[in-house]
Design a protein around this ligand. Structure first.
Ligand code: DOR
Ligand code: ZN
Length: 343
């Protein structure tokens, strides 16, 4: 069994970096591991224009620790009134790598999201024509049971969308169910999915273990064990339709430990260590590089990274808390020891 894993430098295909002091506090954790990241546009004031995306990208680059080479790939936030021309302009200028569909009120800062897919048909037609990927938060927003929202979204929204836009590139983000894994595996080459570290490690019991555990709460919420196993099987399968996307979503500790705690798991500090532990447990270390560093760029049509990094089979302790932006944040795996260490 190998104790050293040298791989092409990976990318994170789904990341929340926030803004201001929080951005400054968290961006280094991602840049330590990843060469590029798809940056989510759900700021308090969402990123809906090319100029807002350029300004946000500049703030990210300024916040990087000295000497870190890291490329943020920006996304546009789709609204009911988004201008297809603005998307096309941003894509042509290399500013918008993709556009994100948040069903309105599905999650954090999604109140300006899309209330009905019919409102963005023009935008989707344009995106399909220019080869701009659509990234989807796949949950319905009515009073469907929270544990069924992803599966219902696939049936009610995603299947018709794929029929209506057969050439549109689609990434179903942060999949959590057997239904999603199966749907993506059986779909054409335009469809792919990202998988988070938390959804391959925890099931919904983690949210209620001897009390309520706000740091295990995210959206889409973790599901039953058989769903976790199906998602994990997809991650380690070697299929090019599944790739790494952390959905790392920092929230200050007191905003999660609250009567109405925010959704989001902050996994950026030990993301690779977390993923590789799962691949190791499943005897799939030989497929880790493809999942982390190859499937994503191939789907997006971007070059693979040339630099490499090394992970060693050595214990690493995850702190209980990290300080950030004058507050503290509880990272994923807080207080645990992971079996792999990044050089
Ligand atoms: O848990 C989540 N947190 N899910 C999302 O979709 C958004 C994210 C956030 O921005 O905090
Ligand atoms: Zn997200």
């Amino acid at each position: 069994m190998s104790d050293i894993l040298k791989i092409r430098r990976p990318d994170d295909w789904h990341l929340h970096l926030r803004d201001g002091a929080m951005l400054e506090a968290v961006v280094g954790y991602t840049a330590r591991q990843f060469a590029r990241a798809i940056v989510m546009p759900n700021l308090a004031d969402p990123v809906t224009t090319v100029s807002a995306a350029i300004a946000y990208r500049d703030r990210i680059l300024l916040a990087l620790p000295e000497g870190r080479d890291f490329m943020p790939l920006m996304t546009a936030y789709l609204t009911d009134t988004i201008d297809p021309e603005e998307l096309a302009r941003g894509h042509a200028r290399g500013v918008f790598t993709a556009a994100k569909l948040y069903p309105a009120n599905a999650t954090t800062n999604s109140d300006k999201g899309v209330t009905d897919i019919a409102h963005i048909h023009g935008a989707l037609e344009r995106m399909q024509a220019i080869g701009m990927p659509l990234l989807i938060h796949g949950e319905v927003t009515d009073d469907t049971d929270i544990f069924d929202r992803e599966a219902v979204f696939i049936e009610r929204t995603l299947e018709p969308l794929v029929r209506d836009f057969p050439a549109l590139k689609i990434v179903l983000e942060h999949i959590t169910t057997a239904e999603a894994a199966q749907f993506i595996a059986g779909a054409g080459p335009n469809l792919a999915a990202t998988i988070t570290p938390h959804h391959i490690h925890i099931n919904r019991n983690a949210i209620f273990e001897r009390g309520i555990r706000p740091h295990a709460y995210c959206l889409p919420v973790a599901k039953r064990e058989h769903h976790r196993l199906a998602v994990r099987k997809a991650a380690v399968s070697g299929s090019p339709k599944f790739f790494l996307g952390t959905d790392s979503a920092p929230h200050a500790r007191e905003t999660k430990e609250a009567s109405c705690g925010c959704a989001g798991i902050f996994n950026a500090p030990f993301a690779l260590e977390s993923y590789v532990a799962a691949f190791d447990e499943d005897g799939a270390l030989d497929r880790f590089e493809a999942f982390a560093s190859e499937h994503g760029p191939r789907f997006y049509g971007l070059p693979l990274n040339e630099a490499t990094l090394t992970l060693r089979r050595e214990p690493v302790d995850v702190p209980e808390r990290l300080s950030a932006a004058g507050a503290d944040i509880v990272p994923f795996h807080a207080g645990e020891t992971l079996g792999w260490r990044l050089d």
